[in-house]
Design a protein around this ligand. Sequence first.
Ligand code: AHR
Length: 569
Amino acid sequence: MPHMRRRKSLSEVQRMLRRREFLCNSLAAAGGLFLIKNSPFSGASGASSADSRIEVLLDEPLGIISPNIYGHFTEHLGGVIYDGIWVGENSKVPNVDGIRKELVDEMRKIKAPVVRYPGGCFADSYDWRDGIGPAAKRPTRTNFWADSASSDAPANHKYETNRFGTNEFARFCKLIGCEAYLAANVRSLPAEQFYRWVEYCNSPAGSTTLAEERAAAGFAEPFGVRFWGVGNESWGCGGNFTAQEYAVEFRRYTEWVPRYGQKLSFIGSGPNTDDWNWTREFFEELVRTGKGRLHSLYGWALHYYTWNLSRGRTTDWVQGKGDALKFDAVDWYELMREGERMESLINGHWQGMGEIDREHLVKLVVDEWGPWYKPGSALTPGDQLEQMPTLRDAVFSGMTLDLFHRHPEKIAMANCAQLINCLNSLYLAHEDKFCVTPVGHVFGMYAGHQGGQSLRTIFSAPLIHYERDGQPATFWGLKGSASLREKELVLTVVNPNVSDATEAEIAVRGASIKSGTATTLTNPDIHAHNTFEQRDAVKPQTSSVEAGSKVLRHAFPAASVTTLKLALA
Ligand code: AHR
């Protein structure tokens, strides 16, 4: 780690801050401070000795944060469904009708609003009919991911038993209290099968043969599925279509789909990263039969994985990847830099969509996001695409969620890829072992933002300076987001600095802070992560904050994510 200083421990930081506070108070008492007039920071009880400032602008609302930004993604891939979610009714693992109980309990705690299923690439190879009806009669099929599964992967990761299908997924959603988002097969099933799946899920009790089939499985009442993905990555594994071809398919699949009184929201398979042409050409073709077609498209799915940590050396999908566990400070900042591209992707595609969709009827759905590392860090060997989320991924995830909050008018939904045992997972599980990852903790810490009014917030902090392959490089020192619900402000802040804490003065323009709590996730080791043996190595800590004045001073430890919950007066 070339440029790094030793990190200060939390107690050292606290000691440093107490000393600073003492110095500030002494200076203020001596009248030796220069305060900017008309700034909420002037007249603060302490003074302006903090490195950084955060100003929340109550009178600049940005829009309501869709709770669905906190969505998840589950695919029949590796250990996500079998072992992760589904353990079976006869398992020794505590379960509810075969579904892992601990997972359900955790997802209820974080108020998971929506889960996407059954893929991913798997979706465009899946026949939903294989996964309904009596379990013993369901066929076993080759999984989309079979060829890339490792030799030690369990058989049901390669050959899909269909033991978990639409009924079990609906049950899972009901247990969590979330909505279902189903991705339909456009590559290998006809549109008719899409309508039939909608019919199976949504036709009223006793109305159709499929409703009766559903009732025979114990689900008389319709599932009421609102969100339907029309294919997945249709530019790639979902059919290798051109944007124009896909738009034609989209029109056909979504035309006259039966409603049964249920609002349907169709999500189109959007661009890979910065494929601006895919967005522009799709929208141009979609409206060729009339601008009214825009009303059939609720969301435009953007996929962006942060995978290239090569510092510009390659764009090769395999060579460019970094390691989940073995990384230095430069790799840490590289992940953040690459992850921050999300903001320009949101703005760029939004602008492209707006060229046709002038009123912005269609919103963005970022239904796959997260870091993607090279294989080798899986807690359960044989679980394809499983990687070990560390503190770095928690900071990354906080940064990404904050970034989504800053665009509430654009983003209707986002789905972290993937929920359990795969990529940026919130949970890891194997047989009777389970743990919440640092990423999972961030989702818990940020849940209070769901449905809040996002507020413009100004972060001023010294830049982080470091050396990137012999060249000086910088990264921002502090960022976050704020949202308000009645009189409670939720302010989330990321300090990406691997070695230094930052002390900030926080002011809410138009209110004062009565009281509050601070919950912080950090660790002296930037590689820290949770395992089945050490489930709590990285865990949030909550304390009360001393408020009562116009400006609150708070220390954000190095490499940390913090949630401040502040009662305003
Ligand atoms: O999340 C893993 C895979 O990444 C998904 O199946 C696919 O949609 C994407 O390429």
